[in-house]
Write a protein that binds this ligand. Structure first.
Ligand code: FE
Ligand code: CA
Length: 519
C-alpha cells in the first residue's frame, strides 16, 4: 500500500495503523478509516453517491477518479454547507483485496462537493477498480484503465466516440451497447447536456422551469443527465476523455458572444459562462488544469496512448471568432477557430508527434459540407467550413502529419469523409480521414428514408463523403499499428429505455495511406 496524499497526518497515521477496524458496509476491507476518526462530523443525508462514479483522462501511470456528493441531486445537491473528507481507494481487483493506493480528498461546497482525485503511480495498460467512502456510505465500484506505456508501439487500443446526448430526445441506449463492446477509453466530443427548456411533449422532460443560467441550475441539469442508467454505467466502467461544445453553455456561442446578444447582455453572458464551465468541471473526471478561472477553462489538451496514438483534444468554442453569416464572410482570413495559441499548440503537437496515429478530437466537422446541389456552395458557418482559411491551412499541414484522423460530433449524423487538401479541387490530395460520430440521442429516431431523400442528392457535390447515416449511436475504433478498424454502431431506437444494437457499417483506415474506405 502506498499513500498518494503526501505527508502522513497524525489522523492518517492512526488510520494506517488501525488495521483491524471495520466500518459498516466496508466490512470486507481493512482500508477504511475507523468510525472513531470521523465521529466528530455529523452524519450526512442518505444517498450521497446518487450521481455514481467516473474516471477520466488516463495516463500511462495514472487516472482521474471522480464523484460528487449529492443526496438531493436535482435540487442543488442537498449537502450541508461545509467541506467533507471523502476516502478513496483504488485496487487491482474488484473485491479490493489488492489495494494499491488510497487517500482522503476534500469535497468542498464551492465546487458542489465534487471530488477529483488525480491518482498517480499506477501500472500502465491495466484495469483498476476504485470506490469512495464518506459518513458510513460506500460508493458504487468503478472500473478504469490506464494508458499503454509511453514507449509501446504495438497492441490494440479500443476507442469509443460519442457526442450529443439530448435528454429530451431520447434514452441514452447506445451506451448499453458501448458497455458490451468494452472500450479502453470513451472520447466524448461535446453536447453532454443541452441547455434547452423543459418540453411537455419530449420523451423525457428536462428538469427545472427554463434554460439554466445559474450554477445551481447547471448543476441540476448535469445531475439529471447522470441519472440515465446507461450513461452512469458507462462512466463506472471505462475512463472518459471529455470536451464540451456549445450546448454545455448556450447554442452556437462563440467565445464571450452568446447566440442572441440582444437578449443576453455581455455581463450576464460572462456570468452564465462562469456558471456553465464550473458545473462542467464539477461533473467531469478531468484534472485540476481544468479548474475554471471565471469565464475561462483550459480544455484543450493532449493524451498519449504509447507511441500508437496521440489524442489532441480541441476547444473550438472558447477562442473562436464570431460566426460568419455569408459565403464570402466564411473566407475572411482574419477568422480563427482555435485562436493563435491553440493553433500553434496543435501544429507543434502534430508535427512533433512520435505517434503512429495523430487523432484530433474536434467538436465540429472539419471536412467540407456543401449543402447547395449543383453549381456554387453553401456551408454551415458554425463548423470548420465557416472558418475556411484556418481549416484549409490545417488541410495543407496534414500532408506532412503522420496518419491524421479527426473525430467529431455536433452534426447528429454519421458523416465519414476523406479530408482533402483543397475542397475547390476534387483532384487534390487526400490528407486524412474524418469520422463524425452521429449522436447518442439528439434528434431522436429519424426517418431514414426521408433523411436519404434530403441528403443523398448532395453526394455528387461532396465526393469526399464515404458514408452518411442518421441512426443514433456511436463509433468504435480498434486502433493498431497498421490500421484502424472502425464500426458505426447504431441502435434501433432511443424512444424506449432498451434498444437493439447493430453494426451499420465497417470502415478501415490504413496507416500510410490517407483516407477511409468502407469494407
Ligand atoms: Fe448536439
Ligand atoms: Ca454545390
Amino acid at each position: 500500500m502506498t499513500d498518494a496524499t503526501g505527508p502522513v497526518s497524525p489522523e492518517r497515521r492512526r488510520f494506517l495503523t488501525a488495521g483491524a477496524a471495520v466500518v459498516g458496509a466496508a466490512a470486507s476491507t481493512q482500508l477504511w478509516l475507523p468510525a472513531t476518526a470521523r465521529a466528530a462530523e455529523p452524519p450526512l443525508p442518505a444517498d450521497v453517491f446518487s450521481l455514481g462514479v467516473a474516471s477520466g483522462d488516463p495516463l500511462s501511470d495514472g487516472v482521474v477518479l471522480w464523484t460528487r456528493l449529492a443526496p438531493d441531486p436535482l435540487h442543488g445537491g442537498g449537502m450541508p454547507d461545509r467541506a467533507v473528507s471523502v476516502q478513496w481507494e483504488i485496487a487491482e481487483d474488484e473485491r479490493f483485496r489488492k489495494g494499491v493506493r488510497r487517500g482522503v480528498a476534500q469535497a468542498r461546497p464551492e465546487y458542489g462537493h465534487s471530488v477529483h482525485v488525480d491518482v498517480r503511480g499506477l501500472h500502465a495498460d491495466r484495469a483498476y477498480w476504485y470506490r469512495f467512502k464518506v459518513s458510513g456510505q460506500l460508493s458504487p465500484t468503478g472500473r478504469t484503465r490506464t494508458a499503454p506505456p509511453r514507449t509501446s508501439s504495438g497492441g490494440t487500443l479500443r476507442v469509443a466516440l460519442a457526442s450529443c446526448q439530448n435528454w429530451q430526445n431520447g434514452y441514452f441506449t447506445p451506451y448499453a451497447d458501448m458497455l458490451d463492446q468494452d472500450p479502453d477509453v470513451v472520447l466524448f466530443v461535446g453536447d453532454y447536456i443541452y441547455e434547452s427548456t423543459p418540453s411537455a411533449t419530449a420523451v423525457r422532460r428536462h428538469e427545472g422551469t427554463g434554460e439554466p443560467y445559474s450554477l445551481t441550475q447547471y448543476r441540476n441539469r448535469y445531475a439529471q443527465y447522470r441519472s440515465d442508467p446507461d450513461l452512469r454505467a458507462m462512466h463506472a466502467n471505462a475512463p472518459f476523455v471529455v470536451t464540451f461544445d456549445d450546448h454545455e453553455v448556450d447554442n452556437d456561442f462563440a467565445g464571450e458572444i452568446p447566440q442572441d446578444p440582444d437578449r443576453q447582455p455581455h455581463d450576464a453572458f460572462v456570468a452564465r459562462l462562469t456558471a456553465a464551465y464550473q458545473a462542467f468541471y464539477e461533473h467531469m473526471p478531468v484534472r485540476a488544469t481544468a479548474v475554471p478561472n471565471g469565464p475561462h477553462i483550459r480544455m484543450y489538451r493532449r493524451l498519449e496512448f504509447g507511441r500508437l496514438a496521440r489524442l489532441n483534444v480541441l476547444d473550438t468554442r472558447q477562442y473562436r471568432s464570431d460566426q460568419a453569416t455569408t459565403q464570402d464572410g466564411a473566407k475572411n482570413p482574419a477568422l480563427t477557430m482555435l485562436g493563435a495559441q491553440q493553433k500553434r499548440w496543435l501544429l507543434d503537437g502534430l508535427h512533433g508527434s512520435p505517434a503512429r496515429w495523430n487523432l484530433v478530437a474536434s467538436q465540429i466537422m472539419m471536412a467540407e459540407t456543401d449543402l447547395l446541389i449543383g453549381a456554387g456552395k453553401q456551408w454551415f458557418y458554425d463548423a470548420w467550413d465557416g472558418y475556411q482559411a484556418e481549416r484549409n491551412r490545417f488541410m495543407r499541414e496534414f500532408k506532412s502529419v503522420r496518419n491524421p484522423v479527426v473525430l467529431t460530433g455536433d452534426r447528429h449524423l454519421t458523416m465519414i469523409s476523406d479530408l482533402k487538401e483543397d475542397y475547390e479541387n476534387p483532384a487534390s490530395a487526400v490528407v486524412g480521414a474524418e469520422f463524425v460520430g452521429t449522436s447518442i440521442s439528439s434528434n431522436g429516431d429519424q426517418d431514414q428514408a426521408a433523411f436519404h431523400r434530403e441528403w443523398d442528392p448532395r453526394m455528387p457535390d461532396n465526393p469526399h463523403w464515404k458514408l452518411l447515416d442518421a441512426h443514433r449511436g456511436y463509433h468504435l475504433f480498434d486502433i493498431r499499428r497498421d490500421r484502424i478498424d472502425a464500426q458505426v454502431r447504431v441502435v434501433d431506437t432511443v424512444l424506449r429505455p432498451t434498444a437493439a444494437p447493430s453494426t451499420l457499417a465497417r470502415l478501415r483506415v490504413d496507416a500510410g495511406r490517407p483516407g477511409v474506405r468502407v469494407v
